[in-house]
Design a protein around this ligand. Structure first.
Ligand SMILES: O=c1ccn([C@H]2C[C@H](O)[C@@H](COP(=O)(O)OP(=O)(O)OP(=O)(O)O)O2)c(=O)[nH]1
Ligand SMILES: [Mg+2]
Length: 153
């Protein structure tokens, strides 16, 4: 594990009294982030869940907002824009977009862990426009060109 990177975090008024996002175990990739509001999401509906937090991510990093597999498996609750992108220059409230793909209403209580945040390095690209690209064995083959899934007997 590399050395942790410092990320400034600010609690907004409605974020006071909640734990900061935290790694559930020593080896966790993501920090579970808590809802700062109570809300019920009906089947098929989306909601931008408040976290009560803003962050200042260091340059050359992003935070990815990813679903929690337990919520997805048990309740059909996932992040429609997964992985959500928190840009290093964003200073607004960090929100967790959720969609209910399940069949039942999903009730979130303030303090529930609704998603996980992964700090990840980012490299910006600089286009180098050319008339011809380098040749490869794959060439233009894609979308299953190397073989599909195992056939049923
Ligand atoms: O799950 C998310 C995704 C984004 N954001 C915030 C932080 C991010 O930096 C900003 C913009 O996100 P994105 O670039 O994905 O959205 P956009 O539709 O391209 O909006 P914009 O034009 O503001 O970039 O919105 C969140 O709080 N949660
Ligand atoms: Mg954008």
């Amino acid at each position: 594990m590399t050395k942790p990177v410092g990320v400034q975090i600010k609690r907004l008024p409605h974020g006071h009294g909640l734990d900061l996002p935290a790694y559930a175990t020593e080896g966790s990739a993501g920090m579970d982030v808590l809802a700062a509001e109570s809300v019920t999401i009906k089947p098929g509906q989306r909601h931008a869940v408040a976290t009560g937090l803003s962050v200042a991510i260091p340059e050359n990093y992003e935070i990815q907002v990813r679903p929690r597999s337990g919520l997805a498996f048990k309740h059909g609750i996932t992040v429609p824009n997964t992985p959500g992108t928190i840009d290093s220059d964003y200073r607004g409230e960090l929100k967790v977009l959720l969609i209910n793909h399940g069949t039942d209403d999903f009730a979130i209580q303030r303090g529930d862990r609704v998603a996980q945040l992964v700090l990840a390095p980012v490299t910006q690209a600089k286009w180098e426009e050319v008339d011809e690209l380098s040749e490869t064995v794959r060439g233009e083959g894609g979308f299953g060109s190397t073989g599909g899934h195992a056939k049923l007997a």
